[in-house]
Write a protein that binds this ligand. Structure first.
Ligand SMILES: C[S@@+](CC[C@H](N)C(=O)[O-])C[C@H]1O[C@@H](n2cnc3c(N)ncnc32)[C@H](O)[C@@H]1O
Length: 351
């Protein structure tokens, strides 16, 4: 069977999995990805994943899932990584690879899952763009396609700062360009999510998987996740619809208050669509923006190519996410760029 797998493609995916700025601050994940890039079993595991989920982060998340479930070797390694006390990241990566060699089914048996990283850092980007799209409107609706556990449907619950203020819910984002965070955010009337596999923050199993998708060396992300679990019961209600975008978008929009503009948001979701699905989704959303009080905000990898939007081949932006928007009655334009987890945001359009 292995001859069917494209190991070169898998090697490239491991190689480019992290942004250049992430290598230094994530020595364990960097070392692990380096090991995997040169290891036949790790390459075969990734190459064997169904095309739409062939993402190195899925393989890494399944390994962390074993750790969180108490694996005797992986458990202590990931625990130390999460607490910033892993003394020998390269040695730890080698030990993790040995575990994979001894028991590849530990990972293979979980590769049916999907990468469902629900990254609140993207809410810092959503806030800035929503403020711009809403303009003078004081009320909006938000429909998120690919909402995972719905955390970014609470985008307005997170303080955004340029520096860490010690509050685990604070999103730290460096703004570049004309971004005004001083104006209040519009009030959100309806919050609706669509996902083929909605995750529940109240479910222990779902929480384990959401945690597995977080990078272990980013303690702040883990602390934030725990703070979200504690705070979420007091946050506004969201409605989640189970299903694919193409099946459920109309139903989601129908749940919104039609006295206000609805912003359709997708963040790292179209990445998992086929090329045909992306085009169909783009055309569907373009039609709605042209004819209804609907706007679109897309934050996706540069591997997601949208019609009429060129992706410049700049090194700085290669691992960044591309922000594309459409205003009601308008056409899709690139608004700017951001770090995949919202660590920085660059606006390249005029306000
Ligand atoms: C990487 S997660 C991103 C979650 C969230 N948007 C965020 O940025 O935190 C991708 C999500 O897209 C969902 N998804 C995949 N294919 C989809 C489809 N055809 N329609 C709607 N959601 C989809 C997955 O189930 C998953 O929850």
């Amino acid at each position: 069977m292995t001859e069917e797998f494209d190991l070169d493609d898998a090697r490239k995916r491991y190689h480019f999995a992290l942004a250049p700025e992430d290598y230094e601050r994530l020595p364990f994940y960097s070392a692990l990805l380096h090991e995997f890039e040169h290891d036949t079993i790790a390459l075969e595991l990734l190459a064997g994943v169904r095309a739409e989920q062939r993402n190195p982060m899925l393989v890494l998340a399944t390994l962390q899932l074993a750790a969180l479930r108490g694996h005797d070797v992986l458990g202590p390694i990931y625990d130390d990584a999460r607490h910033g006390v892993l003394e020998d990241p390269k040695g730890a990566a080698t030990r993790a690879l040995e575990v994979l060699h001894a028991a590849p089914d530990l990972v293979r048996g979980e590769l049916w899952r999907s990468t469902q990283t629900n990254e609140p850092g993207r809410s810092a980007v959503i806030q800035a763009v929503v403020r711009d799209l809403a303009g003078e409107s004081e009320r909006i609706n938000v429909v998120e396609v690919g909402a995972s556990a719905g955390i970014n449907l609470y985008f307005d619950e997170f303080p955004v700062r340029a520096h860490d203020d010690g509050n685990p819910l604070t999103l730290v984002c460096e703004d570049v360009g004309p971004i005004d965070r001083s104006r209040p955010l519009p009030r959100v009337l309806s919050r609706v999510g669509v996902d083929p596999n909605p995750l529940l923050l109240a479910s222990h199993e779902d929480r384990l998987w959401l945690k597995s998708c977080l990078w272990p060396e980013e303690r702040r992300r883990h602390d934030r996740f725990d703070a979200i679990i504690a705070a979420q019961p007091s946050w506004p209600t969201v409605t989640m619809l189970r299903g694919h975008a193409k099946e459920r978008l109309s139903a989601a929009l129908a749940l919104c208050d039609d006295s206000a503009m609805t912003i359709i948001v997708n963040t790292w979701t179209a990445f998992y669509f086929t090329v045909d699905e992306r085009i169909a989704f783009f055309n569907d959303v373009a039609h709605r923006c042209a004819n209804d009080n609907v706007a679109w905000l897309s934050i996706e990898s540069t591997m997601v190519k949208w019609p009429d939007i060129d992706v410049e081949d700049e090194v700085r932006h290669r691992a960044a996410s591309q922000i594309v928007v459409t205003r009601p009655g308008g056409s899709a334009i690139r608004w700017g760029w951001c770090h995949a987890h919202g660590r920085w945001l660059e606006r390249t359009t005029a306000p």
